[in-house]
Write a protein that binds this ligand. Structure first.
Ligand SMILES: NC(=O)c1ccc[n+]([C@@H]2O[C@H](COP(=O)([O-])OP(=O)(O)OC[C@H]3O[C@@H](n4cnc5c(N)ncnc54)[C@H](OP(=O)(O)O)[C@@H]3O)[C@@H](O)[C@H]2O)c1
Length: 328
């Protein structure tokens, strides 16, 4: 019986393998995990003795039809050369390598391929465990353990957030090459749908269609890069609040205030209690403090966000042209 193979146990590989194990999507004895540095897998093997670990990708390829690849993009080409002699008509490659097109891969591997663009915020943690408990009505009081500042208000916010999130975190974008079978498509979509919101990018042909490419890149910026941008904005709000209040609002307190305000705003928008324009209208009074801030932000953030997209798309072009050269 063939197993499920996972190559690369870094940020993405670890997150997805742990999500699969924690949510019991596959049994450990159905999984083979390979990493260049084998010692990184010691803890996983200790926690799941039935899992197979290796640093031999060819061993994995011989024993697996469905192979998930989580290595850095520049490592992909050598890896696929290494394992392709062992791939069969039943093989299905699923990779997460940013910037790599089906056309790049098709120039030397003709089998079925899917690309998933995951997000680090889909990390499975106590959040999911606690959500499962709450949904099963097993231990509602567990909510209190999660939130260090466990006052009634924050637990309520957290609970609302869990309900709004439907036990899922982050967006996974999914693309399939046009020779992927429906069964293989469904398997991949079901796995990622267990712990994240999936968005399937349909009918993605092996083409150089500019609009298609840009849509994927822009969606990637919004899903995969955005958690880092949002985190930076939070850090800057916190450190400036701390500085401007002459340390009267300490960093932990500022972070608590900022994160709870972001979270609550997102819940209102996500659950359609209030839309963004309602929040703007209801918060600002004529010539009040908020209105002055809104005018300032509106004037400056449009240009900033526009420049940010241009900068990132320019970098995409550079990466794509390097990959096209490398794969030609
Ligand atoms: N990080 C994100 O938020 C994010 C989001 C979307 C997509 N991605 C994509 O995900 C991919 C991986 O990113 P990452 O952040 O997870 O990278 P990472 O943390 O550097 O992990 C890469 C892992 O792959 C292993 N590896 C490299 N070559 C290998 C080989 N030939 N055989 C077996 N294992 C090998 C590395 O082993 P060692 O332990 O020896 O270094 C390392 O553990 C990238 O292509 C990136 O574009 C990342």
């Amino acid at each position: 019986m063939k197993k499920y193979g996972f190559i690369g146990y870094g940020n993405m590989g670890k997150m997805i393998v742990e999500n699969i194990l924690n949510l019991k999507i596959f049994y450990p004895n159905e999984m083979i995990i390979s990493n260049r540095t084998l010692s990184k897998l010691n803890k996983l093997k200790k926690d799941y003795p039935d899992i197979t670990i290796t640093d031999d990708n060819t061993y994995l390829a011989k024993n697996c039809d469905k192979i998930f690849i989580f290595v850095e993009t520049p490592e992909f080409k050598d890896l696929i050369f290494q394992i392709s002699p062992f791939l069969t008509d039943d093989s299905h490659i699923v990779h997460v390598c940013a910037g790599l097109s089906f056309e790049n891969i098709n120039s030397f591997y003709k089998g079925s391929v899917s690309q998933v663009i995951p997000s680090i915020v889909s990390t499975f943690n106590n959040y999911h465990n606690e959500s499962i408990n709450i949904n099963n009505n097993e231990d509602v009081n567990n909510i209190h353990n999660i939130d260090n500042n466990s006052d009634i208000g924050s637990n309520h916010t957290f609970n609302c957030f869990k309900n709004a999130c439907n036990n899922k975190l982050g967006i996974s974008l999914i693309l399939h090459s046009n020779n992927t079978s429906n069964t293989d498509k469904c398997l991949i979509e079901e796995i990622f749908n267990e712990f994240s919101y999936i968005r399937i990018i349909d009918d993605f042909e092996l083409s150089n269609d500019e609009n298609n490419d840009r849509a994927v890149e822009i969606a990637t910026i919004l899903t995969s890069c955005a958690p880092a941008f949002i985190s930076l904005i939070i850090d800057n709000l916190v450190s400036i609040a701390n500085l401007k209040s002459k340390n009267k609002i300490n960093v932990d307190e500022a972070k608590y205030i900022v994160v709870k305000t972001f979270l609550s705003t997102f819940i209102q928008i996500d659950t359609d209690n209030l839309c963004t324009s309602d929040i703007i209208d209801k918060t600002s009074t004529k010539k009040g403090i908020t209105e002055i801030g809104l005018n300032y932000l509106d004037k400056n953030s449009n240009e900033l966000i526009n420049d940010l997209f241009d900068l990132l798309l320019e970098r995409y072009d550079e990466v794509k042209s390097e990959l096209n050269k490398n794969y030609s």
